[in-house]
Design a protein around this ligand. Structure first.
Ligand code: SAM
Length: 252
C-alpha cells in the first residue's frame, strides 16, 4: 500500500456532494481549486457550475481519470509541494493528514471562500470560542485570518471507505486580522506556549516556556497579575495578543 492510500475516503453520498457544491455558490466566473480530487466525484459537480476547476491529486492513477472534463486542469502531485495557481474559491474533501498545513498554506493566498471537509473534531477546534474545551492554538490561528463556520456534520458512512470518525464541512472566508499584534510569529509561539499546559495557570505555562519564547523569568512581572493567574483557555485572542505584545518587548 502506498503512503497516501490512507487518505482515500471517497465521498459517495450524492446529497452531501450536492450541498458542498451549493455552499460554494458557484458561477461561470469562478476558478475553483480542489485539493485531493480522487476520481472526480466532487470535481464533476464543481466543473458543471464553475468556469474552471484546478484539481490537484497525488495519486497518478486517480489523477489520470480526471482528464475526462473539459474545464478541469489536473495537477498531479503533492499539494504541499505545489505553488497554488490563481483561484478564487477552494472546495475540497481534504486529505485529513494534511488538514492543518494545507489550511495555513491556503490562507497565505488571496481568495474569496473555502468550502472544506475536515475531521469533525478538527473542525470543532477551528471554530471554538474562549471557554470551550476545543479552544486553543488552532482556533486562534485560523480565526486570526478567516471567518469560520461549520456548515454541517457528515457521518462516516457518507464515505467509501468510511473513516474512523465523522467529518464536517467548514466555510472559511478570509478576512483582515480582527485585532492587532506587533509580531505575528511571536504571537503564534506565545499561543503555543500558553496552551501547552491547558490545565495550568498562564503564568506557569509561560514560565515553563521562557526559553522557547526567548524571555527571562523576570519578563512575567510586566504582565497584569490577575490575567496570568487565569488559564489560557479562558482568555480571549485579543487579550492574549496584548500579553504577547508586552512579552515581545521583553525578548532577550
Ligand atoms: N475528492 C475525493 C472525494 O471527495 O471523494 C477524494 C477525497 S480523499 C479524502 C483525499 C484525496 O486526496 C485522495 O484521492 C488522495 O489520493 C489525495 N491526496 C492525499 N494526499 C494528498 C496530497 N498531499 N496532495 C494531493 N492529493 C492528496
Amino acid at each position: 500500500m502506498k503512503w497516501y492510500k490512507k487518505d482515500q475516503h471517497f465521498l459517495i453520498d450524492e446529497h452531501v456532494l450536492g450541498r458542498i457544491t451549493e455552499y460554494g455558490n458557484l458561477n461561470s466566473l469562478d476558478t475553483v481549486l480542489e485539493i485531493g480530487a480522487g476520481f472526480g466525484n466532487l470535481t464533476e459537480k464543481l466543473a458543471r457550475k464553475a468556469g474552471k476547476v484546478i484539481a490537484i491529486e497525488v495519486d497518478p492513477e486517480l489523477a489520470s481519470s480526471l482528464n475526462r472534463f473539459d474545464n478541469v486542469e489536473v495537477i498531479v502531485g503533492d499539494a504541499m509541494k505545489q505553488d497554488f495557481p490563481h483561484f478564487n474559491k477552494v472546495i475540497s474533501n481534504l486529505p485529513y493528514s494534511i488538514s492543518s498545513p494545507v489550511t495555513f498554506k491556503l490562507l497565505e493566498n488571496k481568495f474569496d471562500m473555502g468550502i472544506l471537509m475536515y475531521q469533525h473534531e478538527f473542525a470543532e477546534r477551528m471554530v471554538a470560542i474562549p471557554g470551550s474545551k476545543d479552544y486553543g492554538r488552532l482556533s486562534i490561528a485560523v480565526q486570526y485570518r478567516a471567518n469560520v463556520e461549520i456548515m454541517e456534520v457528515v457521518p462516516r458512512l457518507a464515505f467509501s471507505a468510511p473513516p474512523q470518525v465523522n467529518s464536517a464541512i467548514v466555510r472559511l472566508v478570509p478576512q483582515p486580522p480582527p485585532y492587532e499584534v506587533n509580531d505575528v510569529d511571536f504571537f503564534m509561539k506565545f499561543v503555543t506556549a500558553a496552551f501547552s499546559q491547558r490545565r495550568k495557570k498562564l503564568k506557569n505555562a509561560i514560565l515553563n516556556n521562557a526559553a522557547f519564547l526567548g524571555i527571562s523569568d523576570k519578563a512575567l512581572e510586566k504582565l497584569p497579575p490577575d490575567m496570568i493567574d487565569r488559564r489560557a483557555e479562558t482568555i480571549s485572542p485579543e487579550e492574549l495578543a496584548k500579553l504577547s505584545d508586552i512579552l515581545f518587548e521583553e525578548k532577550i
